[in-house]
Design a protein around this ligand. Sequence first.
Ligand code: TXA
Ligand code: MG
Length: 327
Amino acid sequence: MQTKIVPAKDGIEEGASLILSGELVVFPTETVYGLGANAFDADAVKKIFKAKGRPQDNPLIVHISSLEQVRDIAVDVPSVFYELAERFMPGPITLILKKSDKIPSVVTAGGETVGVRMPSNVWARELIAASKPLAAPSANRSKHISPTTAKHVYDDLQGEVPLILDDGACKVGIESTVLDLTVDVPTILRPGAITAEMLAEVLGEVNENGKVIKIAKAPGMKYTHYAPKVKTVCAVSIDHAVKEYDRVKSEGQNPVIVARDIYRDKVQEREQISLGVTVEDYARNIYSALHTAEERYDYIIVEELGNKGLEASVMNRVEKAAGGNRV
Ligand code: TXA
Ligand code: MG
């Protein structure tokens, strides 16, 4: 199969007709690129698992373009869903609800719940509005880093999907917050740009257990995610990063420091990939930096951030990329 990359604004009609004929389409979102299929078409959804090499027991998120669509996707929708939707949708959040019978079980990996998300990327919503709600995971090969550009997708899924809708670099850069609304106290299963503090403002209380418990609860989290192809470590400070760089270099390896520009004076002439200046820059750039780093270097040293808010959400991904390795 030939894989075509088309600017998103020019490809909505073609994308919609592929979706309606049971094919896959890659579409941009504000978080990462998604690999979409008609969420009501079990055979189409099966192609997602095949294209990605994704385990069958990892459920998919259903992407919508308007709240009316929720009626076909979920049942017993609690009022907090609409309160959260009012505040955060469209945006980088996925809410877990009780699934309707119209959603085939392959979407939810056999489970009774379904994730619902309305992306803020306008082309994602145009595509959905012109076709169907889309079941979609991140558009990477299973276990690789999530894609934040069309090229990242192409490098991973070339030949597996007919069309990639290109809308440049994703604005948020890490995957949506996943919040379970089917339990007594809404519970964060995956942290993201919508933080526990922001959710608590609407809900009063949010269950955000210790990091390990949080991660273990999302079914997909038992797999290694977000991992570059080369050894990756997280450095607790820029001095540690520099020291590790020099150590690895002296052993004849080809390392790189992935850090924000504020540390240029410490990094000096060593190889660096910039993450920008702010924490938001860091989130937006991290996957792209890891993609570049794994192509050009054989040892990646990443700057560590703090453990609150967006910094904690980003660190959740970096810790996985580093497989827990810290220096
Ligand atoms: O930002 C995002 O969420 C991106 C874009 C494309 O929308 N999508 C994404 O999908 O990251 P994926 O499949 O790569 O990650 C979805 C995560 C997985 O960890 C999965 O286990 C969890 O959400 N998930 C999906 N449905 C669930 C459900 N019904 N219950 C619990 N966890 C669920
Ligand atoms: Mg993923």
